[in-house]
Unconditional design. Structure first.
Lengths: 511, 122
């Protein structure tokens, strides 16, 4: 009687910190105060918790309850502390046995029902890492929590079940009764078929570029008039990528759990695809929001593909800010209360029209742009961003002949994905001792050192550099792509042909 | 407001306090606003540990409308302190040596009434 302690988790970014939820009961008039940097949602918990406890047949004591969330310096927000607070308060009142190091993560309804919360996966990961392996969550979150290896998860439907499982006297406990809705009469929408490469008519270069991008993890720029199929190609890249490995799948699932697109029941195994519109704000793309910022589209594309259609139309600031995730694979957002870091290691696919009106450099309609407009259009993209885009291709308009002959005739995604998987395996074997996974991650040190191809292969590159048509950075990009071409063919290293092909893929925008 | 239930609860409370060593000095003492500078009535005035104690008694039949203590607001507590000081002054006692307690009486038909005492309300 008097004092009790339970455990919960406060999330800052994808990292969780253990929070002690202490409850003290003072022999004075009834009151309920929560201290320790709670936000508005957490302060509203007081009313919710009194009602939930009463409606579960075990009212909170009619004395002063003080709840302290420590460490007090850590900002805490949201409703996932509800269960830990109410259990702590009831234990302090002496009606529920102590639960040791068990962690409680759920929101409560007024009727005592446990509601699922966002971010269960990263919260449970943090708890297990800190040595708290026994975790109580809402039934609807149980499957997601159980994805964490080593977690002993208890899912309950209501507060009364939690209290009974903790050893409280079951007599008098009340469970909420809620009428089950009838089975829905509208059929659920059929799941969308993942787009297949067989649907793309013509575009042999585009297909090859896509295959190389998938095999080597290279960023890709496609330039072509509207309607030539840039978006179609980009949407088919995730289908070519291999399944996510365990640690990557856990990270991706944790990010999606935090974003709150419903409780998860299985790990996300397929690389995600995000295609924000060109009016997107920096906050939406990289994460934002008050208090502790939420992950943005770049983080939701982690280990997958981030597709920016009409790339030159994006705000200059947004384009420039892409450099941090491209460089470090993470996004850090600073706020006065906390700074959150989210992983954002995505494969970038950019699409652009050749000029503002879109008609330059093709058959048919004439371009109406002035040379000055054309230069300004690409000016936004050039520089440090394009330096990191290994593959740059033109995607011309498809002729009627290609369309009529080509639709449905192209190689299907499954066949290309098999070659990509083989190339990835080859690559992983060679790069593992060097600490990399894909050719796209190789820096100049390795490309000019251990992985330097024989002189005969690089001679055309040296000549191009001497002529001034190839920069040092361009040289490295060509070598990276050449290595991927070799991996796709199963060769031990790039040949002069591979270098030739690779040179062709960077001919679009001078760097 | 003093129907049968309230008076019954106050009788129970007075008996209970007497058992705990309170000396009951007065019941239902009503302040005279002109003289005491405060309005209201003290349910029980008692002496305990050398202090003048004003005891607020709250009686309920069941807790369907909340626990009796929940109806004691900070304003009510402040007034009880002023009442205690007024009683002490009116009876030649030191108005600083006072205390305010509360008793909750819950009466349910068919079971023994339950009493809870809170000391020293702030």
């Amino acid at each position: 009687m008097g004092f009790a302690r339970t455990w919960a988790v406060a999330l800052v970014g994808l990292d969780g910190a253990m929070v002690e939820v202490e409850a003290d009961i003072g022999q004075t008039l009834p009151a309920f105060s929560i201290v320790g940097l709670p936000d508005a949602a957490l302060n509203e918990a007081r009313e919710r918790l009194r009602a939930a406890a009463r409606n579960s047949g075990m009212p909170l004591t009619a004395r002063k309850i003080t709840v302290n969330l420590t460490p007090a310096t850590l900002p805490k927000r949201g409703s996932l502390f509800d269960l830990a607070i109410v259990v702590s308060a009831l234990q302090a009142g002496g009606t529920v046995p102590r639960t040791g190091t068990t962690v409680f993560l759920a929101e409560l309804g007024l009727d005592g029902a446990l509601r699922p919360v966002r971010g269960i996966l990263p919260a449970v990961m943090a708890a297990v890492r800190a040595g708290h392996d026994r975790i109580v969550v809402a039934q609807a979150n149980a499957a997601e929590a159980a994805l964490v290896p080593g977690a002993r998860v208890e899912g309950h439907a209501c507060l009364a079940d939690v209290l009974a499982a903790a050893g409280a006297d079951p007599a008098g406990l009340l469970r909420p009764r809620r009428p089950a809705p009838r089975a829905g009469t509208l059929p659920a929408p059929a799941p969308a078929r993942p787009p297949d490469l067989a649907d793309v008519a013509g575009q042999a270069d585009g297909r090859l570029a896509l295959e190389i991008a998938a095999a080597g993890g290279h960023h890709l720029l496609m330039v072509g008039p509207p309607g030539s199929g840039k978006t179609m190609l980009a949407e088919r890249l995730p289908g070519l990528l291999p399944d996510l490995e365990d640690d990557a799948a856990m990270e991706v699932t944790a990010l999606h759990s935090l974003h709150g697109s419903g409780p998860r029941t299985a790990l996300v195994r397929r690389p995600p695809f995000e295609a924000p519109h060109h009016t997107v704000s920096a906050a939406a793309l990289f994460g934002g929001g008050s208090g502790i910022p939420n992950p943005g589209a770049a983080s939701r594309a982690h280990r997958g593909v981030l597709f920016l259609d009409e790339a030159p139309e994006f705000d200059r600031g947004v384009i420039d800010a892409l450099r941090q995730p491209l460089e470090s694979g993470t996004v850090t957002i600073d706020r006065s209360t906390a700074s959150a870091t989210y992983p954002a290691r995505f494969q970038l696919v950019l699409a652009a029209n050749p000029c503002p009106c879109g008609q330059a450099g093709g058959r048919g309609a004439e371009c109406t742009c002035t040379p000055r407009e054309r230069r300004a259009y690409f000016g936004k993209l050039s520089g440090p961003l394009l330096d990191r885009v290994d593959l740059q291709i033109a995607v011309p308009k498809v002729s009627y002949g290609e369309l009529a002959a080509g639709a449905g005739q192209g190689e299907p995604t499954a066949a290309v994905a098999r070659r990509v998987a083989a190339a990835r395996a080859h690559q992983a074997e060679r790069l593992r001792p060097l600490g990399a996974r894909t050719n796209a991650e190789l820096g100049g040190g390795l490309l000019n050192g251990v992985l330097r191809p024989p002189r005969a292969v690089t001679v055309p590159l040296e000549r191009a550099m001497d002529r001034g048509s190839l920069t040092a950075r361009g040289y490295q990009r060509v070598l990276r792509v050449a290595w991927t071409l070799a991996d796709l063919e199963g060769r031990p290293g790039p040949t002069a042909d591979d270098v030739d092909t690779a040179l062709w893929f960077r001919s679009l925008v001078p760097a | 407001m003093d129907g049968g239930l309230g008076a019954y609860g106050e009788r129970l409370a007075a008996a209970h306090l007497a058992e705990r060593g309170y000396r009951i000095l007065e019941r239902n003492w009503r302040a005279v606003p002109g003289r005491d500078g405060v309005r209201g009535e003290a349910d029980i005035v008692a002496e305990h540990d050398g202090l003048v104690v004003v005891v607020e008694v709250k009686t309920r039949s069941g807790t369907g409308y909340g626990h009796p203590f929940e109806s004691i607001t900070p304003q009510k507590t402040a007034r009880l302190h002023r009442l205690a000081a007024a009683w002490a002054r009116a009876h030649g006692r030191d108005p600083r040596l006072i205390r305010v307690d509360a008793v909750a009486v819950v009466v349910r038909p068919g079971t023994a009434p339950s009493l809870e005492v809170l000391l020293q309300l702030q």
